[in-house]
Write a new protein. Structure first.
Length: 94
């Protein structure tokens, strides 16, 4: 990622966790070098151990918003709750 002083690039990592809403326990985690969360929803859901089953829903912040994530989660039987704001890069809104 480009560093804040504009003098090059630094190595950064992007971590995600999947939490159980009732117990608030971490049930899965992932690590990538992607600069945004947009490509992280599906790998994080897939990291949840099979013994725990498929979650009924996923609550995600606006960094995960993409039509592809909505479709991918829905295809797995997961209700996607992804917060989004209107932004010029999403001309149709969310």
């Amino acid at each position: 990622m480009k560093n804040p002083n504009n003098k090059g690039f630094d190595q950064h990592y992007n971590t995600q966790v999947a939490m159980d809403q009732e117990s608030r326990l971490t049930v899965a985690n992932t690590l990538s070098n992607h600069p945004t969360d947009r490509r992280e929803a599906v790998p994080t859901v897939e990291a949840i151990p099979a013994q725990l089953g498929i979650p009924k829903a996923a609550a995600l912040d606006n960094g995960f918003w993409s039509e592809a994530n909505v479709k991918a989660l829905a295809a797995r039987g997961i209700d996607p709750y992804i917060y989004c704001l209107f932004h010029p890069t999403f001309p149709t809104g969310c």
